[in-house]
Write a protein that binds this ligand. Structure first.
Ligand SMILES: *Cc1c(COP(=O)(O)O)cnc(C)c1O
Length: 249
């Protein structure tokens, strides 16, 4: 029988399970993208949708070329820009990145169509016939077919662009009659509210409109604060800026 006195062996602190509080502002763009992708996957799982049915659009407006390159290095390929001038400059500066796709998600004036057509993978903001006609004219001259979405103002806010839900069907017919435009779906920016149920209602309204018009694969809806709800309501493209690149000053 051993009677020696052994000094107690203290267990080493287990560091593997320890998580320091994360300062969201300190996360790298790559980590933020990974986090958003995890949230997208979880929302898809909840609603029994394949993950491949949701496309993440990284909204890089006002953010630097370096930030876009960082996201690109993390595997991100689709980026959303709001201002034509900025988008044109970035397209030139990032021309060395193969299969980078820039989407226009901001309002489009007719006199900017010519500049945007050669660099836009998808235009999310067609909201009137005169704009569709201008895109048609320029696209025909380029010998291209341009994919577009119709922007719908689901909340009926005076401050927002987009056609009314009532006008969407007629505008869809008009766009479909433009042979150099390919109508892919609908886009919306719902009213800013903390009421998640209201937000969900706006997303559901856009989906119902899409179903009513028929034969439209895409629904571009959901931003940093509500993209999970948007996915639950059928979004195929979520436009996420702040959650990837941090706040805009
Ligand atoms: C800025 C912007 C976004 C991204 O908004 P976040 O809240 O930063 O995710 C999405 N869609 C449109 C149309 C925008 O202008």
């Amino acid at each position: 029988m051993c009677t020696h006195f052994y000094p107690p062996v203290l267990p080493r602190p287990r560091l593997t399970g320890y998580c320091a509080p994360v300062d969201e502002g300190q996360l790298t763009i790559a980590l933020r993208i990974a986090k958003v992708r995890t949230q997208i996957a979880a929302a898809c799982e909840r609603t029994l949708r394949p993950i491949s049915s949701v496309q993440l659009l990284a909204v890089s407006k006002t953010k630097s070329e370096a930030a876009i390159r960082e996201a690109y290095a993390a595997g991100q390929r689709d980026f959303g820009e709001n201002y034509v001038q900025e988008m044109v400059a970035k397209a030139a500066a990032l021309a060395d990145l193969p299969d980078l796709r820039l989407h226009l998600i901001g309002p489009l004036q007719r006199n900017k169509v010519k500049q945007v057509l050669p660099i836009a993978a998808l235009i999310h903001t067609v909201d009137r016939e005169t704009l569709a006609d201008e895109i048609q004219k320029r696209a025909e001259a380029l010998g291209r077919v341009v994919p577009v979405l119709i922007e719908v103002n689901v909340g009926g806010e005076l401050s927002k662009a987009g056609c009314t839900p009532d006008d969407a069907e007629r505008l869809a017919d008009h766009v479909r009659a433009c042979k150099n435009l390919s109508l892919r779906g609908l886009m919306t920016i719902p009213p800013d509210t903390d009421d998640r149920d209201r937000t969900r209602g706006y997303f559901a309204a856009l989906r119902d409109l899409r179903d009513k018009i028929g034969n439209l694969p895409d629904l571009s809806m959901g931003m940093s604060h509500d993209f999970e709800i948007a996915i639950e309501e059928g979004a195929t493209i979520v436009r996420v800026g702040t959650a990837i690149f941090g706040s805009r000053s």
